[in-house]
Design a binder for this molecule. Structure first.
Ligand code: CP
Ligand code: NVA
Length: 304
């Protein structure tokens, strides 16, 4: 049976650990120039209903390095943009390609697409979740610290798609996750409620310094996500006290690293000093999208 990656909760803990281990192998092979064309002759369709730099390029290059090809599908030039039903598009594309990556607004649309597709579907970001980014971030933590075990992760800012996927990862793997979000911008009750049924290691606070206290990873994201551009000014006020800056990092562990999935707004959710500073692993994170997604595609698209 085909397997999708719509959410981190689609993976068991041992599958996540195996994926991170395979990511390290693939990264080493790519750096060492060792051929690893495990998806030779396969095609990935990539539907983007929102903008992307990292996701688009890393999936496309990743597919090429694995010996396959990727096809960029924009709603502007396909019948998707003219209202062809999701169910029809999913069934038709499944007759041509071996996997489909989708970046869209509605998570329901992604789930409907996956229900009708006969090939694996990968979530390249929805308004609700961003699993490929958080799997990459887990890999980056493992690569930097040697292990995920015992790490304390903090999330400062919006309770958005990124925060939701961090919550799912903490529920599945059991690490400590503390989020600081302003009133009205906390993670969705559905996501948090489900996670808390699985694990008690997740806290949502108001105070960013409290959330950052002794953290090994301090993580943030834009205050207005794609689709929320109209709320930008109002959000700048609501999130003013939630900036990742040197003062906030004084509360974190001495060895703490800083993550941002990018794109970033310097001077808003993160200062230029921190983004460019010695604790920032932000560009390693961006690179690791390539290696992690190669492991994801192998896992889903090589499976019988
Ligand atoms: N972090 C991330 O998903 O970047 P893009 O929006 O550029 O794909
Ligand atoms: N939360 C951001 C992430 C971008 C990669 C957004 O959805 O726009």
């Amino acid at each position: 049976m085909k397997k999708d990656l719509l959410s981190i909760l689609d993976l068991k803990a041992d599958e996540i650990h195996a994926l991170l281990k395979r990511t390290a192998e693939l990264k080493e092979m790519q750096k060492g120039g060792t051929p690893h064309q495990s998806l030779q002759g396969k095609s990935l369709g990539m539907i983007f209903e929102k903008s992307s730099t990292r996701t688009r390029v890393s999936f496309e290059v990743g597919m090429f390095q694995l010996g396959g090809q990727a096809i960029f599908l924009s709603p502007k030039d396909t019948q998707i943009g003219r209202g062809e039903p999701v169910a029809d598009t999913a069934r038709v594309l499944s007759r041509y390609v071996d996997g489909i990556m989708i970046r869209t607004f509605s998570h329901d649309m992604l789930e409907e697409f996956a229900a009708y597709a006969d090939v694996p579907v990968i979530n390249g970001l929805t308004d609700l979740l961003h699993p490929c980014q958080i799997l990459t971030d887990l890999f980056t933590i493992r690569e930097h610290f040697g292990t995920l075990e015992g790490r304390k992760i903090s999330w400062i800012g919006d309770g958005n798609n990124m925060a939701h996927s961090w919550i799912n990862a903490a529920a599945r793997l059991g690490f400590e996750l503390t989020l600081a979000c302003p009133e009205g911008h906390r993670p969705a009750d559905t996501v948090l409620g489900n996670a808390l049924k699985e694990a008690g290691n997740i806290k949502v606070l108001d105070d960013p310094s409290e959330a950052a206290r002794n953290a090994d990873v301090v993580n943030t994201d834009v205050w207005a996500s794609m689709g929320q551009e109209d709320e930008s000014e109002e959000r700048k006020k609501a999130f003013k006290a939630y900036q990742v800056n040197e003062e906030l990092l004084r509360h974190a562990s001495k060895e703490a690293i800083v993550f941002h999935c990018l794109p970033a707004h310097r001077g808003e959710e993160i200062t230029a000093e921190v983004l460019e500073g010695k604790r920032s692993l932000i560009f390693d994170q961006a690179e690791n999208r390539l290696h992690t997604q190669k492991a994801i595609m192998e896992m889903l698209m090589c499976a019988k």
